[in-house]
Design a protein around this ligand. Structure first.
Ligand SMILES: Cc1cc2nc3c(=O)[nH]c(=O)nc-3n(C[C@H](O)[C@H](O)[C@H](O)COP(=O)(O)O)c2cc1C
Length: 250
């Protein structure tokens, strides 16, 4: 079994680690125009963005070929997913493959412009994260065919929000437009290494954020000095999954 993942703050990587042994970050294939994967079972794990599938993940799936008997997708989320599962089910890989199994895991909500991190971390203590992962592991082992059904309303809403997410990334360059680097920056280069889009660069002293942003907030959340801010953040508190080290996300 091969598990691919995309993770800004470690939630999806944590799920990937609990589900499989061979885990691969999709950012490894950023410049590969046609990645090919082969195994009996292949899975992909990533966060819900804008109650839909992140543009970055959809583009990865559409350019990739999957030769497998069973393909599953797990989405981590913090608050609402509405019709995200239906949108993932509509995605076709480069060789026309669709998902056999789709499910969600509720974890800490990390969207800084709308949520306060300390509050979200506290709330998540009551989530059944590990129990959900155990159930998912059993269902995958049984090769269950499943996806959570969503109402027509939820599907419509997710489609609409997905269009907005695409538009934000295309026209307004995603969250990058709101990012500011403050004097606390020590030019450690973590943000440069962690960005899946290679959108952050650095000369001997200054850090520059470009306009090719996936919206993952990994640079802000993982800055060791808390020196990167977004204009709309609810507080200065930051989040990374406590089971995942910074090194694992680079
Ligand atoms: C740009 C962005 C959009 C998000 N949109 C949603 C959303 O619509 N619904 C939701 O429940 N969580 C949303 N989240 C929260 C993440 O899905 C959630 O915290 C996820 O577990 C983070 O996974 P990661 O640590 O692997 O990046 C969003 C996060 C980001 C950065």
């Amino acid at each position: 079994m091969k598990i691919l993942y995309f993770s800004g703050t470690g939630n999806s990587l944590y799920v990937a680690k609990l589900l499989g042994e061979e885990i691969i970050p999709i950012k490894q294939y950023h410049t590969d125009p046609q990645p090919i994967f082969e195994d009996d079972v292949i899975g992909i794990i990533f966060p819900v963005y804008w109650i839909s599938v992140p543009v970055y993940v959809r583009q990865f799936l559409e350019k990739s070929t999957f030769h497998c008997d069973y393909l599953f997708g797990i989405m981590t989320y913090g608050d609402h997913h509405y019709g995200a599962s239906e949108l993932l089910f509509e995605v076709k890989t480069a060789n026309g493959r669709t998902f056999d199994y789709i499910n969600y895991v509720k974890m800490v909500e990390n969207y800084l412009p709308m949520y306060e991190m300390n509050r979200e971390i506290k709330k998540a203590q009551s989530y059944y994260t590990e129990a959900t992962i155990v159930t998912i592991r059993t269902e995958i082992a049984d090769r269950k065919i499943y996806r959570p059904k969503a109402s027509r309303f939820s599907q419509k809403l997710s489609k609409k929000m997905n269009q907005k997410h695409c538009q934000a990334i295309r026209e307004n360059e995603g969250e990058a437009r709101n990012l500011k680097i403050t004097n606390g920056c020590i030019s450690c280069g973590i943000c440069v290494q962690i960005c899946p889009m290679h959108n952050i660069s650095m000369n001997y002293r200054n850090v520059y954020i470009g306009m090719n942003c996936a919206d993952c907030l990994a640079c802000i959340q993982n800055c060791p000095k808390g020196a990167i801010h977004t204009a709309k953040e609810k507080s200065k508190a930051r989040y990374r999954n406590p089971n995942i080290s910074l090194q694992e996300l680079l």
